[in-house]
Design a protein around this ligand. Sequence first.
Ligand code: ADP
Ligand code: MG
Length: 355
Amino acid sequence: TDSPLRRPIRELPDELISQIAAGEVVERPASVVRELVDNALDAGSTQITVRLLGGGVRLIAVEDDGIGIPKDELAQALKRHATSKISSLAELEAVGTMGFRGEALAAIASVAEVSLLSRTGDAPHAWLLDARSGELSPGARQRGTTVEVRELFYATPARRKFLKSDTTELAHCVEAVRRHALARPDVGFAIWHEGKLVAQWRASLVARGEDALEATRARLADVLGDDFVTEAVTLQWPADGSLARGLRVRGFAGVPDAARSRADQQFAYVNGRYVRDKVIGHAARAAYEDVLHGHRQPVYALYIDIDPARVDVNVHPTKIEVRFRDSREVHQAVQQAVQSALAVPRAGQALAALP
Ligand code: ADP
Ligand code: MG
């Protein structure tokens, strides 16, 4: 008989597989923003514009000036597990791009109305693909890609109900862009909501490389306010800033006086990727142990560069977690970097007295 305990095993339909995957990747508009900005950065963009309506629920449009997607690959970009970024296990283990799972666009298209408008450098004009209908038509834009995502969770009202007010969802979207912006001072970002400019951070003219830290400092001031950098010390480990050991920690750590009641200005990046990592968080905390009292939260922006073979970024679909092969080594480097920076008084000013 037809017992609910014994139903035939069947392969799930593609659409449902994508919707299940979307559950992991797309929690709210900000998750879509993050994935689309990741893609824009992977495409080598120098200017990324995010336009939102209704906190991102009604519309998220991300416009870039990257390499674009060729006409005959537009449909492919929306398929599950379809990516141009890796093609082998060896490439996965050395991955340097933000994306590599080939999941995001497929997942987003399964829970929203998606269109891609893109033009490559050698194409005479752009092409527009409507994900739902599969219709491909000529379009107009300069080189680059615009992804539009409309009516997020329109088909899954249960999920849509979990969304907060437009204001809250907008704040999360801005935060998602901010995290990218702090890692890429060489890229310009703009965010619009309901036709109004919410935030704009201009690309630094300083080339990446030796002056990257200076450009980062300027971007931090731009995004977080001047106080963040005037009340922070520069840190670098090893002291010569070399990557010879396959591990380097650079960034800015706020002086103890700059600590806040909330942990809302603690940014950590691993190979340019924003992460929330226990090892890094614990190491930073440990570095402040003797100079911060009570529940004061330090502010910092830490940029860790590590040999890709020594870190696994394929831990979680959202890639916000990483796993270090040798987490003790990373812990020590971060703690030392922060501690020794805090021990050096700023120019003309003694560090806050110890309690
Ligand atoms: P992933 O980023 O993991 O490869 P996505 O689903 O996010 O997977 O994107 C699928 C593919 O579509 C990418 O590998 C890339 O080739 C292409 N793509 C997506 N967004 C862009 C963009 N903004 N510019 C150029 N190519 C893009
Ligand atoms: Mg991607």
